[in-house]
Design a binder for this molecule. Sequence first.
Ligand SMILES: NC(=O)C1=CN([C@@H]2O[C@H](COP(=O)(O)OP(=O)(O)OC[C@H]3O[C@@H](n4cnc5c(N)ncnc54)[C@H](O)[C@@H]3O)[C@@H](O)[C@H]2O)C=CC1
Ligand SMILES: CC(C)CC(=O)C(=O)O
Ligand SMILES: [Mg+2]
Length: 362
Amino acid sequence: MSDYKLAVLAGDGIGPEVMVEAKKVLAAVSNKFDLKFELNEYDVGGIAIDNHGQALPPATLKGCEDADAILFGSIGGPKWDNLPLEQRPERAALLALRGHFDLFSNLRPAKIYKGLENFSPLRADIAAKGFDVLVVRELTSGIYFGQPKGLEGEGEEEFAFDTMRYTRAEIRRIAISAFEAAQKRNKKVTSVDKANVLVCSRLWREVTEEVAQDYPEVELEHIYIDNAAMQLIRDPSQYDVMLCSNLFGDIISDECAMITGSMGLLPSASINSDGYGMYEPAGGSAPDIAGKGIANPIAQILSLSMLLRFSLNEVAAADAIDTAVTKTLSDGILTGELLTPENRDQAKSTSQVGDYVASLIA
Ligand SMILES: NC(=O)C1=CN([C@@H]2O[C@H](COP(=O)(O)OP(=O)(O)OC[C@H]3O[C@@H](n4cnc5c(N)ncnc54)[C@H](O)[C@@H]3O)[C@@H](O)[C@H]2O)C=CC1
Ligand SMILES: CC(C)CC(=O)C(=O)O
Ligand SMILES: [Mg+2]
């Protein structure tokens, strides 16, 4: 019997809706594998601004510090869009948590599931070649963590800037994450950069080449971000691990999600060097569908599986969730955004999908 303490931060928009489903699945695996979890829920993001006047209240941060891992939903939304940047949920809570816990290694696994081949926006013959990519994104540096500056000057001379900055050490540790992951997969790392114009990308290439020396069995290739975005549509089967800086990984991972059929299928793990992590869907709070009971809960459920696997080493429980999700999708238990207009009447609700996954584990 294990005792784990999780900080549960559902957040805004669809966050609380999909979190309910992840908790159902957690209850099912707790039962099946005789695991004991203490779940402590905290406000974060817009809801925390409304209730406590700040996006990351001290009690939330303390709860995360006291936990074995964080299960995170998503934050932000139109209600808080006009706040100054430093108070907005995305910066004041999400980037703050990533920075505070040094969660530099962001893993975003995307694949076309069996049964969903026809729901990928890829051309059928391209989808048939397969798609199974792990985006390894640097998460605590680069342009999102450079000092924003603005606004200065006046009139048409008024300006703002963001700085992109990477140290060798920051590049080295994320490159090692990518090579370690590739060793357990198909032994290929594609490093995505813009080394034809950016100095940071020149350093990125140099350090990535150095790290590659320690992994002779892993192939390393470099590609410019614009070409990578295009190649992912032309022939994504050529990729295994895609190593990206913070900005490029943010963009490329949304593209990978959509290749699988939906933003709502892509989970993520954000891990530090001690194995502590925050686990969240790669997508956002989806204000356009929030409150309708139609959000896809799979990314949240798979984020829970990653939490069990990477931070708690509960591999059997994680495997059980992955197997149940695979069967749910191949059984055609799908939320509406995955379906075509002709068969959308067969769409299942958020809670029907969560119930089905949980029932397969029980
Ligand atoms: N980790 C986080 O908390 C993130 C927060 N955001 C924030 O979320 C808010 C909305 O951002 P958007 O740019 O609209 O991106 P988004 O990822 O929330 O939504 C983009 C599109 O994907 C769809 N989508 C996303 N998750 C889905 C799911 N589980 N099931 C079905 N469809 C899903 C949405 O309906 C929308 O059409 C913004 O405030 C943004 O800053 C954005 C990305 C990550
Ligand atoms: C606030 C953003 C950096 C969050 C996001 O888009 C992401 O982590 O993918
Ligand atoms: Mg993003």
